[in-house]
Design a protein around this ligand. Structure first.
Ligand SMILES: [Zn+2]
Ligand SMILES: [Zn+2]
Length: 401
């Protein structure tokens, strides 16, 4: 609010010709989660409970992304003691008021789910909190899951299916792109959890046309962020896919997002799929959906599970960053990349490592790309896996040849 007030004063002074001009508001960081489930699909939280978690946790924006549906229309959810119990219903009534929780007993005991419009009326505040409409376009080829989050859409997108995993990604991306063109909105799509069900391989990520985003971190307990003996971790996949995209496929950039994929709002800990684990910090001029998506498409964001950055400079010849340090926490910044003429075992190598709260890396001219990762000494308060520390991932830079 303070920022808006300042801008209003600025405009008033400008109007009174007391100062020559007011510059546009500076870009600021906005914290958001782009992957969230509710009772509208397979989450166990009522939409208002889910959104209130994020507003109370100081998020600036949230994308509700239920499977193949939007939070719209009249939908009654059974109070049958399974995902919605009498106890949970009573808690909702106590928290949000009886007038906000609509219940009926015929033909059975049910609660009406709040729509996005209702949630916006309750929770949104200009410049403070924004809800962006999204959907997890949930498809598969044979037994392999192919899930893509479509963000800032205004119409449900039906999964298209395809003849292979790669073809399924391509067709769904074409559908999302067509929807963006129809609506005129800035729409962002990110490929979710490649290792969930071992659904999407490095080669398929490396060959994705239209798609430039994937989840380098997903807080869901089943997504195998760290891979296994035969499958790449998400960090390794990022490097391997980038190399193939740049060297062989002429597809270039791949951005990494961190998300919650939250489903469980009632029990907490490792093995649960809780909110608050991973997010993006987006540097944008305004807290508006088109601006947020545009900034992400420009790479003006980082992914985090707790590390906060004050400044990130991704230049043509260097990457530099400043960390907003927490007391008693130490930080290591790794600059990771792959050099031209690399051998097969020289993908995603550590180019430099810096301790402390500021770090920079000057390109030598030999790099195919460089990205940075900040490792903190602080334990994640509610980790995806036991022992996880807080981390931030800075988006790659691909130097011009
Ligand atoms: Zn999914
Ligand atoms: Zn999901």
């Amino acid at each position: 609010m303070k920022r808006l007030a300042l801008f209003a004063v600025c405009l008033a002074l400008y109007g009174a010709a007391l100062i020559p001009a007011c510059s546009a508001p500076a870009k600021r960081w906005f914290k958001g989660n782009t992957h969230t489930h509710t009772l509208w699909s397979d989450g166990n939280g009522a939409p208002e409970k889910v959104v209130s978690f994020y507003t109370e946790s100081d998020y600036d924006f949230l994308v509700l992304s239920d499977h193949n549906r939007l939070s719209e229309g009249e939908h009654w959810f059974p109070v049958d003691g399974k995902r919605l119990t009498e106890e949970k219903l009573a808690e909702l009534i106590e928290t949000f008021g009886a007038e906000a929780v609509e219940v009926r007993d015929e033909p059975r005991r049910e609660m009406r789910l709040q729509t996005l419009d209702e949630l916006r009326a309750r929770f949104e505040a200009p410049g403070e909190f924004l809800l962006i409409q999204g959907e997890e376009v949930t498809d598969s080829w044979e037994d392999f899951p192919v899930h893509i989050n479509a963000i800032n859409i205004d119409k449900v997108i039906e999964p298209t299916h395809g003849d292979s995993v790669g073809d399924t990604i391509r067709r769904n991306m074409e559908a999302i792109t067509a929807e963006a063109q129809r609506s005129g909105r800035e729409v962002l799509a990110h490929l979710n959890h490649p290792n969930f069900g071992w659904g999407v391989t490095v080669a398929e990520v490396a060959a994705m046309p239209l798609e430039r985003f994937f989840e380098v971190y997903n807080g869901h307990s089943s997504v195998r962020n760290y891979g296994d003996a035969e499958h790449a971790s998400m960090d390794a996949l990022w490097d391997e896919a980038l190399v193939i995209r740049i060297e062989d496929n002429n597809l270039g950039m791949l951005f990494g997002v961190a998300t919650d994929d939250s489903h469980d709002y009632y029990s907490w800990g490792v093995g649960k799929t809780n909110p608050g684990r991973g997010w993006v910090m987006v540097q944008a001029a305004t807290l508006e959906a088109n601006d947020i998506v545009r900034a992400m498409k420009a790479g003006d964001f980082y992914a985090s599970t707790g590390v906060v950055l004050g400044d990130v400079q991704r230049g043509a010849t260097s990457i530099a960053l400043k960390i907003e340090a927490q007391e008693g926490v130490s930080y290591t910044t790794q600059f990771i990349g792959t050099l031209r003429g690399h051998g097969p075992g020289e993908v995603g190598v550590l180019l430099a490592e810096k301790q402390g709260t500021e770090a920079s890396y000057e390109f030598s001219g030999e790099e195919l790309y460089v990205r940075a990762k900040v490792l903190s000494s602080r334990d994640h308060p509610n980790p995806y896996a036991a022992g996880d520390k807080e981390v931030a991932w800075i988006q790659p830079v691909i130097p011009a040849r």
